[in-house]
Write a protein that binds this ligand. Structure first.
Ligand SMILES: NC(=O)c1ccc[n+]([C@@H]2O[C@H](COP(=O)([O-])OP(=O)(O)OC[C@H]3O[C@@H](n4cnc5c(N)ncnc54)[C@H](O)[C@@H]3O)[C@@H](O)[C@H]2O)c1
Ligand SMILES: O=P(O)(O)OC[C@H](O)CO
Length: 330
């Protein structure tokens, strides 16, 4: 098998690169910063984002985008708001090759409101896009803990390509033909995890969190179906599965952001202080904008967007949710 490139040396890109290399696949981890790439290559670990996880022999590091020319596939793990520019760079570096690209980032683009596979088709139309999503904390995957995810593509050949390469004794991808549904689940759950974190930070208890997960899932389904996703995808690993994981653990950066806000932190100040990305913060705006355009009610996500953008305080947003007109649960 030829080598794979993993683009994006944050915690998830590094965990995926380690997973692939551990399984004996020749893997190159691309980092945008030359200095950091050199540090990782020397230290044989990514101390900044995934400290304590040793790089297997089959893992090399580069900061040169054109090294992608020698790879048979790309796992793209750059944060959603930076995806467009880097996808353009990789297309240029490969002269528009028809390469398999698995999108691993979870977010909607601000401005265009586009999911990542749309951004890929606009920036690199020749690429063969797939989506890798589902409940998976980088630290768990890097430690070899059992994980199951969704690998989605409309193209059977692409599903086979990635299933064959991604599956390891501890990492189990399930195939789906619904990349849109797989992507939307991952993007929306990040926003809902912020709401759950806020509830926990406010000390509201487990009942409130369960209510937010269930009503949040109703929002996720409503939005996904309005966008054209399949119901079974939304109820699967990349939808409900990832929602449950992310809404229940301070290991989640989105949940932790919510907790900090619930405890009184200013969202913008907290976000500036973090080296890691909490995608839900940037996705809340485009998500609710798109939902409004579709006539789709998403009150929890609307509340999160208003708090993140500073249009509402936490108590005002919570009051708004609790005082909505009584309605049927459906
Ligand atoms: N960490 C996880 O457990 C996990 C799991 C599944 C999916 N994801 C998704 O993977 C994506 C990447 O997240 P992560 O957790 O690896 O990141 P991270 O928070 O661990 O690190 C952020 C990374 O983004 C890079 N970055 C920041 N701004 C950038 C820019 N303008 N251009 C290019 N790179 C930039 C940083 O250098 C760093 O490598 C996100 O969409 C996230 O939702 C993460
Ligand atoms: O840390 P978070 O909130 O970005 O969540 C990480 C993964 O998406 C969980 O599946």
């Amino acid at each position: 098998m030829a080598k794979l490139m993993v683009a994006g040396a944050g915690s998830w890109g590094t965990a995926l690169a380690v997973l692939m290399a551990e399984a004996g696949r020749e893997t190159v981890l691309w980092c945008r910063d030359k200095e950091r790439a050199l540090q990782m290559a020397t230290a044989r670990e990514n101390a900044r984002y995934l400290g304590g996880v040793a790089f297997p022999e089959a893992l090399s590091v580069t900061s040169v985008a054109s090294d992608l020319k020698d790879a048979e596939g790309l796992l793209f793990v750059v944060p959603a708001q930076a995806a467009r520019g880097w996808l353009e760079r990789f297309r240029e570096a490969t002269s528009g090759a028809d390469l398999p690209v698995a999108l691993c980032c979870k977010g909607l683009e601000r401005g265009s409101m586009a999911p990542m596979h749309k951004v890929l088709s606009e920036t690199w139309p020749e690429a063969k896009g797939s989506v890798l999503s589902g409940p998976s904390f980088a630290a768990d995957v890097a430690r070899g803990l059992p994980t199951a995810v969704t690998l989605a593509s409309e193209d059977e050949a692409q599903r086979s390509f990635w299933l064959e390469r991604l599956s390891t004794p501890t990492f189990r991808p399930y195939a789906s033909d619904d990349p849109l549904g797989a992507e939307l689940g991952g993007a929306v759950k990040n926003v809902l995890a912020i709401a759950c974190g806020i509830a926990v930070g406010k000390g509201f208890g487990e009942s409130a969190k369960a209510a937010l997960i269930a009503r949040g899932f109703a929002e996720l389904q409503r939005f996904g179906l309005a966008m054209g996703a399949k119901p079974e995808t939304l109820a699967g690993l990349s939808g409900l599965g990832d929602l449950v994981l992310t809404c229940n653990s301070p290991q989640s950066r989105n949940f932790s952001l919510g907790m900090a806000i619930g405890e009184g932190a200013d969202p913008a100040t907290y976000l500036e202080s973090q080296k890691s990305v909490a995608e839900g913060a940037a996705t809340a705006g485009p998500l609710t904008e798109q939902a409004r355009a579709l006539g789709c009610e998403m009150p929890i996500s609307e509340g999160v967007a208003a708090v993140i953008d500073g249009r509402q305080g936490v108590d005002e947003a919570i009051g708004g949710l609790m005082n909505r007109p009584l309605r049927s649960e459906a």
